[in-house]
Ligand binder design. Structure first.
Ligand code: AMP
Length: 132
């Protein structure tokens, strides 16, 4: 069965899209831990990040970098952190988490409430600055 991320890639489920090319997509995490929390997902449906081919893993990191730079430019966090866990969705992905405060609890279990309107605004703002 297709993963929820494959359904997003195929357009069956909506997302707050940040960027896309032929091999990757980035969209806002629907249950964010910070404003601008973004997922970078290779389109090929592979569960474990370290099962990606060397070149696809390198491309994933490049794609993540371009999105992180756009987050940095638009939302101006101290920096953007990166988390890989993959315990919930069996489709490799990288979490990009803007860190606004040194005391911020950067944990995937520390969800924050963000309205749909704000999520749409964040996606529009960040996506306008992604340079692939
Ligand atoms: P993990 O697999 O533990 O790295 O976490 C999966 C992440 O995917 C969680 O942070 C979820 O909030 C996120 N997520 C699950 N479904 C969606 C969705 N439909 N759109 C955006 N993010 C999602």
């Amino acid at each position: 069965m297709a993963t929820i991320f494959t359904k997003i890639i195929q357009g069956e489920i909506p997302c707050y899209k940040i960027a896309e090319n032929s091999t990757h997509i980035a969209f806002l995490d629907i249950n964010p831990i910070a404003a601008g929390h973004t997922l970078v997902v290779p389109k090929e449906e592979i569960d474990y990040l370290f099962d990606l081919s060397d070149s696809l893993l390198a491309d994933s990191m490049f794609f993540a970098k371009q999105v992180a730079l756009a987050i940095d430019k638009t939302l101006k966090p101290i920096r953007t952190g990166l988390i890989v866990e993959g315990l919930e969705v069996p489709h490799a992905h990288i979490h990009l988490v803007p860190i606004y405060d040194e005391r911020q609890n950067v944990s995937l279990r520390n969800k924050v409430e963000i309205s749909k309107e704000k999520m749409a605004e964040l996606a529009e703002t960040i996506s306008a600055e992604v340079k692939l």
